[in-house]
Structure formats: C-alpha cells, structure tokens
Design a protein around this ligand. Structure first.
Ligand code: FAD
Length: 321
C-alpha cells in the first residue's frame, strides 16, 4: 500500500532518497518492498557514467552503467517508488520530519532521509585528464584494470598513494611507468619496491596528456621526451557530496583520500533521522558495495519507522483505555 498522502500542497513520503545511483535505488527498492512510500530525487550524474562498462558487478559484468541504473529504476518504479529527475538543493528539519527543496519541482516532506548522493572525483589539474577520464585516464584497477592488461600504463604521481597504484597495476601488466609529477620525494622503501617490480620511475613533471586515438595517450613531460602509453592512471581526491548533510548540522569525516559522511554499518549517521549509503559514506565502495549499503540502509530505515509506528500505536491504545 502506498502511504503517500497529500495533507497539504507539500507531498509527503515516508522516505526521501537523495541520489538514484546504485546505492539510492537499492535503498528505495528495499523500502518500497516493505510498503514504504519513497521518493528518489536524482540529478542523473552517476560517478561511473564516463565508463563504457561496469565490472565486478556479479551477473552483469561489463554492463553499461546507465543501462544498469535504467533497469534499477524500472524495478523501483515497479514497487511504487516515485523518481524525480531533479536536484535536492536545501533541507531543513521540521518537527519530526524533513522538508527538502527541489530545484525544479517544489518542496517535499519525508519522515526519514537517505543520502545516496555519491562523491565528486577531484581530478589532477592537467590538460587532457578530464577529457579522457574513465576511458584512457583511470584510477581503479578493479574497475578497468583487466581491460588494460599487458598494455603500457603510465601512473601520474600526486601522492604517496601513487606508489600503491603503480604496484597494483603492475599486477596487470609488466609495463608500468611512474611519472613522479607532484608527489613527494620517494622514500627508500618505495624506491626498493618499485625497482623490485621493474616499475620505471621518471622523475619529472607532466605537462599534459594528448589523446592519440587508437594509439593510446602521449604523456607530455617537462624537460624529457614525450612518453607513449596505452592508458594513464591518476589518483583523484574523493569528496562525498554532503551539502544537505551539512545543512542539517552534520560534519564530514576526513580520510587520507578525501572526506565522507561517517555512519554505522547500517548507514545511520550522527544526524537523527538521516542515513547515508554508497560513495557518500564509503569513498571506496564499488557498485555492488554501494548497492549492498543501500539495501542495508533501506532495511534500517524501515526498522526505525516500524519502531516509531509501534510506539505511536501503543500510546494511542494506552490513551483509549
Ligand atoms: C570512471 C569510473 C569507473 C568506474 N567503474 C566501476 C566499475 O567498473 N565497477 C564498479 O563496481 N565500480 C566502478 N566505479 C565506481 C562506481 O562509480 C561507484 O561505486 C558507484 O557509482 C557508487 O554508487 P552511488 O550510488 O554511491 O553514487 P553514484 O552512482 O555517483 O550516484 C549518485 C547519484 O546522486 C545524484 N545526486 C547527487 N547529489 C544530488 C542532489 N543534491 N540531488 C539529487 N541527486 C543528486 C547524482 O547525480 C548521481 O546520479 C567507477 C567509478 C569511476 C569514477
């Protein structure tokens, strides 16, 4: 039964899910299958949209990311979830619920919030990186490492993490070059590890990347000859999208790679009534992990609403005696 009621001009829902990626849709489906009224507000920019296929997605390996989400939306709608292509711009607490202002379609009210708004990849400021991001400029060996196995991989250094990336991609190919670029000076252990795995270290800054079509990528170096690669690896910083969380008084938690919304294993945050799932609360979550976190958050929110409804029913019953 859909419990969405129109007590005023404002639409009411049990739960508003902000973000309709793997995490948000999974949360919405778990909630709707427990007969909760759910609104998903989705700006439609999932993080992996630039990639041709999503890998490590069991049963759907290599599925185009937008195709996977279209299937998820269809399943959600089948259970009565309302999906609005819109952006949640502001939120405030109103009594025991929340009011969410949407950019295009007014204000809605919900008893609980699930923040599944993902993260922003802060890419190195290098010409060519943004244009080839998710195609020939990569970050995650588990997402697209297999696809570049046995190829020439150039790692653009920006932090000590770049050594770790070089070692991970070395598992996929024996042709890895680390361009130190802006990373701090390599310590003795790192030098030893890179040498032991035959990873070339080129100690210069990178000027830009040039897309060479079928021939790969040229890494243009400052004061050294250009280097021809098949793919390039960078280490973005990851910033959970958390404007709404901050508006409700939530604070971000720093991480060596960025910042995220801290939560318990079920997604419950420090802000009462607010859950988080997917990349918003776990910077390293891949699609299936984000989806799993969404299901957990959906189940936890439903249990919380059940507890509230039971307490209310008990109060009513006591009052009638
Ligand atoms: C290039 C690339 C390739 C990747 N490849 C893989 C892969 O092969 N396999 C894999 O498992 N993982 C891969 N990933 C990781 C994958 O993208 C994430 O695991 C996944 O997107 C996380 O899902 P999510 O629901 O948390 O966030 P997202 O998928 O980013 O979804 C968040 C949604 O919320 C919306 N949103 C944000 N703010 C608002 C707002 N205020 N109002 C309304 N909507 C809002 C966004 O527009 C977006 O649609 C890749 C990542 C990148 C960057």
């Amino acid at each position: 039964m859909n419990t969405n009621t129109e007590q005023s001009a404002i639409a009411h829902y049990d739960v508003a899910v902000i973000g309709g990626g793997a995490a948000g849709l999974s949360a919405a489906i778990a909630l709707a299958r427990s007969r909760r009224s759910v609104l998903v507000v989705d700006a439609g920019e999932p993080r992996n949209a630039p990639a041709a296929g999503a890998h490590n997605v069991l049963g759907h390996d290599g599925v185009p990311p937008l195709e996977l989400l279209a299937a998820g939306r269809k399943e959600a709608v089948g259970y009565g979830v309302e999906i609005r292509v819109d952006t949640a711009a502001a939120v405030r607490r109103d009594g025991d619920a929340f009011e969410v202002d949407l950019e295009e379609s007014g204000t809605v009210r919900a008893r609980r919030l699930v923040l599944a708004s993902g993260l922003v990849d802060e890419l190195p400021e290098l010409p060519g990186v943004r244009e080839m991001w998710g195609k020939k400029v990569l970050h995650c060996p588990y997402c697209h490492g297999w696809e570049v196995r046995d190829q020439r991989i150039g790692v653009i250094g920006s932090s000590p993490m770049s050594v770790h990336q070089a070692l991970l991609f070395r598992q996929l190919t024996d042709d890895v070059t680390l361009f130190t670029h802006t990373m701090p000076e390599l310590d003795a252990d790192s030098v030893e590890q890179l040498a032991a795995r035959q990873i070339r270290v080129v100690d210069v800054a990178v000027v830009r990347l040039r897309d060479e079509g079928d021939k790969g990528v040229t890494v243009v170096l400052d004061g050294a000859p250009d280097a021809e690669q098949d793919a390039v690896v960078v280490a973005p910083r990851f910033h959970a999208r958390a404007d709404l969380y901050r508006q409700l008084g939530g604070t971000m938690t720093d991480h060596p790679l960025g910042a995220f919304i801290d939560s318990d294993p079920m997604g419950k945050t420090e802000v009462p009534g607010v859950w988080a799932a997917g990349n918003a609360s776990d910077l390293s979550a891949m699609v299936m992990v984000a989806s799993g976190a969404g299901v957990m958050a959906g189940a936890a929110v439903n249990a919380d609403l059940v507890a509230e409804d039971v307490a209310s029913a008990v109060r009513d019953r006591t009052a009638q005696r």
